[in-house]
Design a protein around this ligand. Structure first.
Ligand code: 8X3
Length: 258
């Protein structure tokens, strides 16, 4: 029996990758959904499909987490509808570009910092006070192995994921004395649109990242997140690092497979 059945989960970045996989998994467990993402058509199709398939309510809102006013509007709409989320998955995030700092594109830096760090803060700032006021809630941040170890040309992406790790730790300190849980799930190589976005649409280059081994799928990560949010209320996973078996760290990857 799922502990999240009947609960409301807000998932950002819900129109792709790990966000979509979380939405699917949560709905299959009977959780109601609030889905936020930039791509409205994908989002409303997903919401309608999951509501129909699982008999849950699924709200969706077009929200770019970088847009603080839009985040606040969407959060207020939830609060006004007495739909304060029980679970918040801060899944919206991306890597943009892979180059040395001295050759980097500041536009890429803005996208990553504004989404991965400030976007996560915008959403958390809008939702967390209402969880605290109610006396329950669980925030799950999507970190990365990139937040534990830097790699060449990862620079700003690494920095944003180190920041997510610091924020998960800091948020746990800030909610001390309340029943709120804050967790980080930190995947290694996951085959989603992640690398295609990083390489600005270069599919062949993106495919090469996962060559010769079986990477994680978005569903694998959603599985771990579902575990984290299904634990009893006295159990709080602070940080959970999950990698494909072929990957031991960013440098040690067994690519001898087909
Ligand atoms: C994604 C993992 O290794 O491509 O966060 O940075 S990696």
């Amino acid at each position: 029996m799922s502990r999240i059945a009947g609960r409301l989960a807000l998932v950002t970045g819900a129109s792709s990758g790990i966000g979509t996989a979380c939405a699917r998994r949560f709905a299959a467990e009977g959780a109601h959904l609030a889905l936020w993402a930039r791509r409205g058509e994908r989002l409303s199709a997903l919401a309608a499909q999951l509501a129909g398939a699982h008999g849950v309510t699924a709200r969706s809102a077009v929200v770019d987490v970088r847009d603080r006013a839009a985040v606040n509007r969407a959060a207020t709409a939830l609060v006004d509808a007495r739909a304060v989320p029980d679970i918040l998955v801060n899944s919206a995030g991306l890597a943009s570009g892979l180059s040395k700092v001295q050759e980097g594109d500041p536009e890429d830096w803005d996208r990553m910092i504004d989404t991965n760090v400030k976007g996560l803060l915008n959403v958390t700032r809008a939702i967390l006070p209402h969880m605290i006021a109610r006396g329950s809630g669980h925030v799950v941040n999507l970190g990365s192995t990139a937040g534990h170890m830097t790699y060449p040309m990862g620079n700003v992406y690494n920095a944003t994921k180190f920041a997510v790790r610091a924020l998960t730790e800091g948020m746990n300190l800030d909610v001390a004395g309340t029943p709120i849980r804050v967790s980080s799930v930190d995947p290694g190589f996951v085959e989603t649109e992640f690398s295609e976005v990083r390489f600005h649409g270069d599919r062949a280059r993106a495919k090469g990242v996962y060559q010769g081994f079986r990477p994680l799928s978005a569903e694998d990560v959603a599985d771990v997140i579902a575990y984290v949010v299904n634990l009893p209320e006295h159990v709080n996973i602070l940080d959970c690092i999950v990698v494909p078996t072929a990957q031991r760290n960013i440098y040690v990857v067994d690519r001898r497979g087909s």
